[in-house]
Structures are given as C-alpha cells and as structure tokens.
Design a protein around this ligand. Structure first.
Ligand code: PGA
Length: 247
C-alpha cells in the first residue's frame, strides 16, 4: 500500500481537559512514528486545545451539520468546526445513525459539507448482528456505502465498523474483514473510477493493541478507527506501533 496507515481515535462523549495529557502522550508517540498518520476526534469542547497542543496528530470532529449556518439549535457546521481547529470529520457513525436517526442521504450531505471547506471525511458503515447472522452483511453494507458516498472522493476515507463489534470486545473473522473490504473497494471504484482505489478503508470495532497487527495486515485495510482503546496513550500507542510495523 502506497499510502500511510491512518489510525484514528474516536473519543465519542469522553474527555475533559484533564485528558489532554493523554493526547499529548499520544502525540509524542505519533511524532516518533511518522510512517503512520495519527488523528484524534475528541469532543468538540477539546478541539481547539488539541489543535494548539498537538503537532504530529490530526484533530477532527465526530459529526457536523450539512448546512453552512442557520436555525439549527445545538448543531455545528463544518466551517465552524474547521475554524475551531478540526481538519476532518467523522460522518455516519452507527451511534449517530441509531441515536439521531441519521439517514444515508444526510450522511452524504454532511460529507459534502465537510469537503466543501476542504476537511477530510471518515464515512462509517457497518452491519447489525442480525444482518451478519443472516448472511447479508456484504450486501447491506455495500448498499449503505453506495447510498452515503459524497459526489467526489476528495479527502475521503471509509470506516467499516460492524455494529456488533463496537465496544463489545468481539471482532469479526479476519476472512470476513477481508471479504468486506474487498467488496467496499469495488463500490468505491464503481463510483469514483481510479480515484476509488486510493480511498483508505479503515476497520473499526474493538481494535486493541493485541489484535491490531492481525487486522491491519488484512488486504485493503488501510488503518483503524478506534474507540475505547484510543482514550489513553497506553491503549492507543500500541495500535499506532502495530501500524508502523506493517510493510
Ligand atoms: P470501539 O469503538 O473501538 O470502542 O469498539 C469503535 C468506534 O465506535 O469507532
């Protein structure tokens, strides 16, 4: 793979200012391992402080509104997040699709809003446990991705996150990850042609230091989106190091 591995921490609704010391420790490791592109998406309240304090780590947001501004109480637009210091935004995470009923159409609009202000996008897709058990996972996730993709591949990454693997300690078989990533690559090249070959497809769902090497070695896995294990340097740095050791 010609591109660097992309290892992204999704802090979700975790992290007060006291957690900035963990981010700084992660940043020191990222600076020592420049072969890997490292980023953290903290709660919005920490974006500006992280942007000021970290030099080797990308800082992003976990969501944005699709509009640039307007009467949307409590929401934040991509230009606002960018001005606050975010360089990318995660869109379509399964927790937002579930908690906030976000549709594929909205996810696409959010991705395009971020691209319009030159932010990177990490677009999440994944199947439920029932969909996996019924043998439909590849079909379902391929359809979800096709319907959520923005019109261009500008600064786009995709994260495949089986919902049943998020925060559970369970991970799919390596062969299932390989099959899914291969399928998603086809969706990307169908949509974007050659440019679709350069979109990194991250794996997410219970990635830890202990399983990172195996998951990152899978063909078409270009990085990881990490929740729980990204909250501390002790949890996150071994994953970054595993990426640095890949060929
Ligand atoms: P997890 O979360 O690593 O805690 O399973 C991953 C995610 O939701 O992005």
């Amino acid at each position: 793979m010609s591109q660097r591995y992309y290892i992204v921490g999704n802090w979700k609704m975790n992290g007060m200012r006291a957690a900035l010391s963990e981010a700084r420790a992660i940043d020191r490791a990222a600076q020592r391992l420049p072969k890997v592109e490292v980023a953290i998406a903290p709660p919005v309240t920490l974006i500006a402080a992280m942007r000021e304090g970290l030099t080797g780590t990308g800082v992003g947001a976990q969501n944005c509104h699709h509009a640039e501004k307007g009467a949307h109480t409590g929401d934040l637009s991509a230009p606002m997040l960018r001005e606050a210091g975010a360089d990318f935004v995660i869109v379509g995470h399964s927790e937002r699709r579930a908690d906030h009923h976000e549709t594929n159409e909205q996810v696409k609009a959010k991705a395009e809003a971020a691209q319009a202000v030159d932010m990177g996008v990490i677009l999440c897709v994944g199947e439920s446990e029932a969909e996996r058990d019924s043998g439909e996972a590849e079909e379902v996730v391929a359809r979800q991705l096709a319907a959520s993709l923005p019109d261009t591949a500008q600064r786009l990454s995709v994260a495949y996150e089986p919902i049943w693997a998020i925060g559970t300690g369970r991970v799919p078989q390596v062969s299932d990850v390989a099959a899914m990533h291969k399928r998603l690559r086809t969706v990307l090249t169908d949509k974007y042609g050659d440019e679709g070959a350069d979109v990194r497809i991250l794996y997410g769902g219970s990635v830890k230091g202990e399983n990172a090497e195996e998951l990152l070695a899978v063909a078409e896995v270009g990085g990881a989106l990490v929740g729980g294990a990204s909250l501390t340097a002790d949890g996150f740095v071994p994953i970054i190091a595993a990426a640095a050791e890949q060929d």
